[in-house]
Design a protein around this ligand. Structure first.
Ligand SMILES: [Fe+2]
Length: 526
């Protein structure tokens, strides 16, 4: 009797856990934006898509006019607001009075009635915060920017609030970046966030938090990483298409997003070629993207699934408007659970037998929240049509799991039979790698992820670890303050406002200042 009671309790516990594991939560949209300025382009970017909450990654107006951004964008907002400090809000850049004004504006906007339904805790000087919104925790930090709360304080704050977080979604946000996580406009070898100490990135990764930063005015998304301090791509990332991101405690992605409206930068040198980048977007060699500002729109609890999110980088002045799109799955056990099982298990746990919500059956070939689910055996495409072609059914092409069947498999699950691979030929047979040029084989040349092995079409491996480069210029740039005049150099400090320091020690923005003889320790150089 005692034994069968135990079995019954265990069965109930398993059932209860399964229910918890695949719970339905309200979908919400987070707009993640950085380096906007108060420009007409920034306004256009804000209008690219509706959203429930905004996460601003810093650099609001670039002119040390604290009210200007908040007056323009936040005065009549109907969304929740979260924002971190950027260098253009710093005391170095704008003086202490204005720096304090930025801090109080951020604090006010994150605690006023328009942010009702959110709950934020601030550090003593209010340059760090931890906020809860729905089933998400966002930690906003300001390493290298905060005047009073130094890296040690920041790491302590991060650890306290992230370790106690029980929310489904966790986010780390800051303005600057560590050395490996920018694409080369600024070439200082500096861990602006972590310094020489423990990696903030790795701490967030260990907690399964998604990382967002800005400052470099590009868009750059990493592979899923199992280590950031010296980059290591997560082994499970090699087995999924590029638009499938699986995170867990110990593996996450970082997104640099600074194309919000002020200026889009070039990328250069080794930074742009790092193999840990999955997708990048910058000014372009012919300035073709110079005005194509954008923002990242992420839908969390996608289709009601609290283990899934869907993100798009949307751009103005662009066709197509979407530059990058990907799904994030919280998959604690990628070894045994394939990402598409997270969709099927969620549906089974939440929709099976019920006639509510998305289980209304469509009768007109359409699908979605308005029309309901497609009839049995049909898939609901990204655009809300029922059919069973791969265009409708592949998750990697936007198939909506909440409204019909979906294949986790994409077109790339077709198995190649002629030694070729890629979108035209399909995947290599088991155990073979698909080279950069679309050939199946097992040599290092084919399999090395650093040499372009295509993980969507076969196995890939990492043969080398990216080596950290010399940091000889580090001290010079990190400890120098800003000049209070148009002069620059060791007696005056760095130029403000992204200006260059000329050979003769003057700040400016054209080639007389920024090219030949330009002093990179005291400002920007081309
Ligand atoms: Fe910045």
């Amino acid at each position: 009797m005692k034994f069968s009671t135990k079995i019954l309790l265990n069965t109930l516990a398993i059932a209860f856990n399964l229910k918890l594991s695949y719970a339905r939560k309200d979908e919400f949209t987070l707009n993640i934006i950085g380096d906007t300025g108060v420009t007409k382009e920034a306004e256009q970017v804000m209008n690219l898509h509706s959203f429930d909450a905004l996460l601003h990654l810093g650099d609001y107006d670039y002119e040390c006019k604290p009210d200007s951004y908040f007056d323009k964008f936040n005065s009549s907002r109907n969304y929740k607001f979260f924002g971190v400090l950027g260098n253009h809000e710093s005391a170095n850049e704008c003086g202490e009075t204005k720096y304090n004004k930025y801090i109080s504006l951020l604090y006010n906007h994150m605690t006023n009635s328009k942010n009702s339904g959110t709950s934020c805790v601030f550090s003593p000087k209010k340059t760090m915060w931890s906020c809860v919104y729905k089933n998400m925790r966002i930690i906003g930090l300001s390493p290298y920017i905060s005047k009073d709360e130094k890296r040690g304080d920041q790491l302590k704050f991060l650890k306290k609030y992230l370790s106690e977080s029980s929310e489904d979604w966790k986010i780390c946000a800051w303005h600057y970046y560590d050395d490996y996580y920018h694409t080369g406009k600024y070439i200082e070898n500096e861990n602006f966030v972590s310094g020489t100490g423990e990696s903030f990135y790795d701490y967030c990764k260990d907690q399964g938090a998604i990382i967002f930063s800005a400052h470099d005015h590009v868009y750059a998304r990493t592979h899923v990483m199992s280590r950031f301090s010296t980059p290591k791509i997560d082994s499970y990332d090699y087995d999924t298409p590029s638009n499938i991101v699986q995170i867990r405690k110990g593996a996450t992605l970082d997104i640099l997003n600074g194309v919000g409206g002020w200026e889009i930068y070039i990328e250069r040198d080794k930074y742009k070629d790092y193999s840990h980048w999955q997708k990048k977007y910058a000014r372009g060699s012919n300035n073709e993207n110079a005005k194509k500002y954008g923002t990242l729109i992420c839908k969390f609890n996608y289709g009601g699934n609290d283990k899934k999110a869907y993100c798009e980088l949307l751009r103005i002045n662009s066709d197509p408007k979407v530059f990058d799109s990907f799904y994030i799955y919280r998959n604690d056990d990628p070894k045994n659970v394939k990402y598409d099982e997270i969709d099927s298990k969620f549906l089974k746990e939440n929709n099976g037998g019920s006639n509510s919500g998305s289980n209304k059956i469509s009768t007109n070939g359409r699908c979605g929240s308005e029309y309901g689910r497609c009839p049995s055996g049909k898939c609901c495409s990204k655009y809300g049509w029922c059919n069973n072609t791969s265009e409708h059914c592949d998750i990697s092409r936007g198939c909506q799991t909440a409204y019909g069947e979906c294949n986790g498999s994409s077109g790339s699950d077709k198995i190649s039979t002629n030694g070729r691979c890629g979108s035209e030929y399909g995947k290599c047979p088991s155990g073979k790698c698909c080279s950069k040029y679309g050939w199946c084989n097992t040599t290092e040349e084919h399999c090395d992820i650093n040499r372009g092995c295509q993980s969507s079409y076969g196995t890939c491996k990492s043969y080398t670890t990216v080596k950290k480069t010399s940091t000889t210029t580090k001290k010079a740039t990190s400890t120098i303050g800003y000049s209070s005049s148009d002069k620059c150099g060791k007696d005056y400090g760095k130029c403000k406002n992204d200006k260059c320091c000329s050979k003769y020690g003057w700040c400016g923005t054209d080639s007389n200042y920024c090219s030949s003889g330009c002093q990179k320790d005291f400002g920007k150089c081309w």
